[in-house]
Design a protein around this ligand. Structure first.
Ligand code: MN
Ligand code: ZN
Length: 472
């Protein structure tokens, strides 16, 4: 996919679709920088049928003889009311979502090349406008259809091949910087979506390892894979226990970025759950919806792809290390059983109450091992850990638990900025009490109450004093 920023006049663009973003306004004049477009929108604007509201679009075909606009189609997309936005984060989301609307229409029209003119007077810095617009266009054009065969005569989905941003009245340097930021973040997100959408028979621990090697080679990161025999020597009973029912060997994938000195600059450690298919194990899940359990590796995908974005951006003065423990969770005669006791990396023992509470088992080893090996200054783990978090927050927010307020604040702010909001839940001794076991140090289920928090409390057992945040 081609994605570029250019300065040449939008009216001279001769591709399939030219997009203008129009902010909502009661003004008599259409708030658009292009004179021919203002003229073309005059009637629809005056009638009130299109007033730049959020989600509104107006498509028109300039006359073939027109020398003023050479694009095949022009689409006006409503930005919504930017003057009343409560803050910059709301504005950022407005721009992303308008870009998403544009790209959806473009897909329906089977457009191959489109130009989007960067909107002015949105209240945001030029960098941010370009960043968010780029994110919206790339994230909105995402589709996963590699396993669909097209029958003859049937309509093929046309992917947009070339996007260009027209700088409009914004500063070129700033817009270019914003576009590049948006591009690396959104492309990393789409990459993670691709991994997630791969079925459980095509995306297994070995694929995580191969992908990490390729990222490392391409972007000069260091990569290490801890294999099953090494796990046995290290005593990683959590990952090994969950893996017992699977024919696929487990992997602990490690990627390292050094953007600063090991001694003086901070190290951030990321951990992502890479459970490539979760059947629940012996505590088998119900059949309905089980196909979605291929998504139980989304934390791992997010972490690996975040490393790809870090490697592209190459931030200075910080080191980042990422760990993805990866395995399947399947029932077999060899599988882990309720009542079994395992021993984690570092020696803490755990009684298995429910084999479907497996994510915490593999994360515990990765957290304990990573913290001991890399002495990070902060740790963030990402996991599709509990169904309980969806009961509590729906699909609208990510649950956040943390032992450090400053780290929690930074993550909450980053989530708001990215349009992926979080909500902090508590931790505390009363929750840790729920996972005390009669026969081992801890147990892997704290019962029905506070299911998300007791999962967090389980992980908390393995992070010691290191500032840590857990995203569920
Ligand atoms: Mn599970
Ligand atoms: Zn799981």
């Amino acid at each position: 996919m081609l994605f570029e920023l250019n300065q040449k006049e939008a009216e001279l663009f001769s591709g399939d679709l030219l997009v203008y973003f129009i902010r909502e306004s009661k003004d008599r004049a259409v708030p658009c920088s292009s004179k021919p477009v203002r003229r073309a929108l005059k009637r629809v604007w005056k009638s009130g049928d299109f007033k730049g509201s959020k989600g509104q679009t107006f498509l028109f075909y300039p006359p073939v003889s027109s020398k003023k606009i050479t694009a095949c189609r022009v689409l006006a997309v409503g930005l919504g009311n930017v003057a009343d936005a409560i803050d910059n984060n709301a504005l950022r989301e407005q721009i992303r979502s308008a870009a998403g609307t544009a790209v959806q229409q473009a897909t329906e029209l089977k457009v191959r090349s489109m130009m989007a003119v960067l909107p002015e007077k949105t209240g945001l810095a030029d960098t941010e406008v370009a960043e968010c617009l780029t994110e919206g266009l790339i994230l909105g054009s995402y589709c996963f259809d590699k396993y669909k065969s097209t029958k003859e005569g049937e309509d093929e989905r046309t992917a947009i091949e070339a996007f260009s941003l027209q700088v409009g009245r914004l500063n070129f340097e700033a817009a270019s910087e914003g576009m590049n930021l948006g591009k690396s973040a959104a492309q990393a997100a789409c990459q993670a979506r691709d991994m997630a959408n791969e079925p459980g028979n095509a995306w297994q621990p070995v694929q995580f390892a191969e992908f990490a090697w390729n990222v490392a080679r391409k972007h000069k990161l260091s990569c290490e894979i801890i294999e099953k025999d090494a796990m046995q020597k290290l005593g990683m009973g959590g990952i090994l226990g969950v893996n017992q029912g699977s024919a696929q060997p487990p992997k602990l994938v490690i990627l390292k970025y050094e953007g600063g000195s090991k001694n003086t600059d901070p190290t951030l450690m990321l951990v992502g759950k890479g459970l490539t298919f979760d059947s629940g194990g012996i505590s088998l899940k119900p059949g309905a919806g089980m196909q979605d359990m291929k998504y139980d590796m989304c934390g791992g995908a997010a972490v690996i792809c975040a490393m790809q974005a870090v490697a592209q951006e190459r931030p200075k003065g910080i080191n980042v290390v990422a760990l993805v423990p990866s395995t399947e969770n399947l029932p077999a005669s060899t599988a882990l059983k309720p009542g079994d006791i395992i021993s984690h990396y570092g020696g803490k023992t755990s009684e298995i109450i429910n084999t479907d509470a497996e994510g915490r088992l593999i994360l515990a080893d990765a957290l304990a091992y990573g913290i001991e090996t890399y002495s990070p200054d902060a740790v963030i783990d990402l996991a599709t850990l509990t169904g309980a978090v969806i009961v509590g927050l729906g699909h609208h927010r990510t649950g956040l638990m943390a032992t450090d307020d400053n780290l929690a604040e930074q993550i909450l702010a980053a989530g708001d900025r990215a349009g992926e909001p979080l909500w902090r839940l508590p931790l505390g001794p009363e929750y840790s009490e729920q996972i005390k076991s009669q026969v081992a140090d801890i147990k892997n289920s704290g019962g029905r109450g506070a299911g998300t928090i007791t999962a967090g409390a389980y992980l908390q057992e393995f992070v010691g004093d290191t500032p840590w945040a857990h995203l569920d």
